[in-house]
Write a protein that binds this ligand. Structure first.
Ligand code: PEP
Ligand code: MN
Length: 349
């Protein structure tokens, strides 16, 4: 059940609900409604009638009670990464190479991303490669270069952690922890990310349903980390013409179902550099809070995912067109579309 309390509800009410949940052997969590009130989520039902300060009680709700919009219907979460805000406003662009190739290469790429107008830098130090013989990344050495690139450019950095033991290491060097598609349902990893003090970028598994993806986000939230950004990066379709099928329907749907921000990865989502710009803009048109794009000063010589990697000049075009598109969307009350209740949207469909 989800119990929403009034802003001035006594602490005794929260404690009474938590105690009742504990006696019943049910998990419970408290979270903020985004407007000064507390919400209590209980994985089951306990009696609350007569307790002072209760605003609403929802007995039937989605299984991801912390990630669900039901507890925070009017307060989309804004995740702060360094000085960058993801969600609830101007879309952000994260650019950079698939893999960190070396110190000079990363510094060059980082400066090029900054000049292209990117808000954040990406780059993998631990790479989940399909082949065990492919370059697996520079590990901690790569993380050091990434931290240096942040110092040089001022861009906050995001990089992937593949194992629970990577979380502390990545947290030490980076501003945001990426959990990759292949690890979306790695529950020990999600638990550790939930205990970390850095925001998490949670990519959708390429065979995961939206509910499974939001349940993975729930793991991170339930273990104490409220700063989760979702990333749609393409799912497995039947057609090998593209590497994956970018499921842009997920963007407005996730906005209906969850208060968490969502960004789009048109690079992995298509696998083809010629398609990246249009799908990036399509992602923004669908309401994404940002983009993560693989870009490299020399895409043809990129050590990983070259075929989907674009140039800094192409990234500049996406950033500039993205700004124009965002201004246009605002003018047609984009925000109102986001704030509409799910039922209204379904009705209009
Ligand atoms: C990546 O972003 O570097 C990556 C490996 O993406 P995904 O986990 O979506 O395949
Ligand atoms: Mn890649």
């Amino acid at each position: 059940m989800i119990v929403t309390l009034t802003a001035g509800a006594p602490v005794s009410t929260v404690n009474a609900i938590l105690a009742a949940a504990s006696v019943a052997g049910l998990e419970s969590r408290t979270f903020e409604d985004g407007h000064g009130g507390t919400v209590v989520g209980v994985a089951g039902t306990v009696p609350v009638a007569g307790l002072p300060g209760i605003n609403a009680v929802l007995e039937k709700h989605r299984p991801y009670m912390l990630a669900s919009r039901e507890g925070r219907p009017h307060a989309p979460t804004v995740v702060k990464v360094g000085g960058v805000r993801i969600g609830g406003g101007r879309p952000v662009v994260i650019g950079g190479p698939c893999v960190i190739e070396g110190r000079e290469a990363l510094l060059d790429a980082a400066k090029a991303m900054k000049a292209a107008g990117a808000d954040m830098l990406r780059g993998g130090a631990f790479k989940p490669r399909t082949s065990p013989y492919a370059f697996q990344g520079l590990g901690e050495e790569g993380l050091r270069y990434l931290a240096e690139a942040r110092e040089v450019t001022g861009l906050p950095v995001v990089t992937e952690a593949m194992e629970p033991d990577h979380i502390d290491l990545v947290t030490r060097y980076a501003d945001m922890i990426q959990i990759g598609a292949r690890n979306m349902a790695n529950f020990p990893l999600l638990r550790r990310a939930g205990q970390a003090n850095k925001p998490v970028l949670l990519k959708r598994g390429f065979s995961a349903t939206i509910e499974e993806w939001l349940m993975s986000a729930e793991y991170i939230l339930a273990h104490g980390n409220p700063d989760v950004v979702l990333c749609e990066r393409g799912i497995r379709g039947f057609d090998a013409a593209t590497r994956f099928t970018l499921d842009l329907t997920a963007v407005p749907l996730v906005k209906e179902l969850s208060h968490l921000p969502i960004i789009v990865d048109p690079s992995h989502g298509t696998g083809r550099r010629s398609l990246v710009a249009r799908m990036a803009l399509a992602g923004l048109a669908a309401g994404a809070d940002g983009l993560i794009i693989e870009a490299h000063p020399e895409p043809d010589s990129a050590r990983c995912d070259s075929s989907q990697t674009i140039t800094p000049a192409e990234l500049t075009t996406i950033v500039e067109s993205g700004r124009v598109l965002y201004a246009t969307l605002l003018a047609v009350s984009h925000e109102q579309v986001h704030d509409r209740e799910p039922a209204t949207l379904i009705h209009q469909a």
